[in-house]
Write a protein that binds this ligand. Structure first.
Ligand SMILES: [Zn+2]
Ligand SMILES: [Zn+2]
Length: 152
């Protein structure tokens, strides 16, 4: 799966399927994207292969207070992925993929601030805030990959 920024200076390839895909309706994601929600594919950062360009980290406020690094194209400044508390995990902005429809969300989070006109698909997994039990959302295989990633 390939993707890139708006100007084409940065191109990347996901060399594996993501562990999980979040659709986040929190107010910060709304502010950052200027839209209703963000779709993030969570994947090991070393499985995001750069084909062209080098995204630049921009420190952006986060609710934890530690901030998150949002990696943006140095030219057009489109956000491609970010790192939260785990620097080896990339949260790839699914909308930057050439075929974003290939990665529908596994879960909707922070639906307490979901815009009223956004209707979730019938049967979609949804949580008011963040889910407490990853076992409800992540596959067993993905949880093993996460454990390896955080060195647990
Ligand atoms: Zn660009
Ligand atoms: Zn969010």
């Amino acid at each position: 799966m390939d993707g890139g920024c708006a100007c084409g200076a940065v191109r990347y390839r996901l060399s594996d399927t993501p562990m999980v895909v979040h659709c986040c309706h929190c107010t910060r994601c709304q502010t950052e994207t200027g839209s209703a929600f963000v779709i993030n594919a969570v994947i090991e950062h070393d499985r995001v292969e750069l084909l062209a360009g080098v995204p630049e980290p921009v420190l952006t406020p986060s609710d934890s207070g530690r901030g998150q690094e949002v990696f943006r194209c140095p030219t057009c400044r489109v956000a491609l992925w970010s790192h939260y508390s785990v620097p080896t995990a990339a949260f790839v902005r699914v909308g930057t993929l050439d075929a974003p429809g290939a990665l529908p969300p596994d879960v909707h989070i922070f639906t307490r601030s979901k815009l009223l006109w956004v209707r979730l698909p019938e049967g979609a997994k949804a949580y008011d805030g963040f889910y407490a039990d990853p076992g409800e959302v992540w596959s067993a295989e993905a949880r093993v990959r996460w454990k390896v990633l955080v060195g647990g």
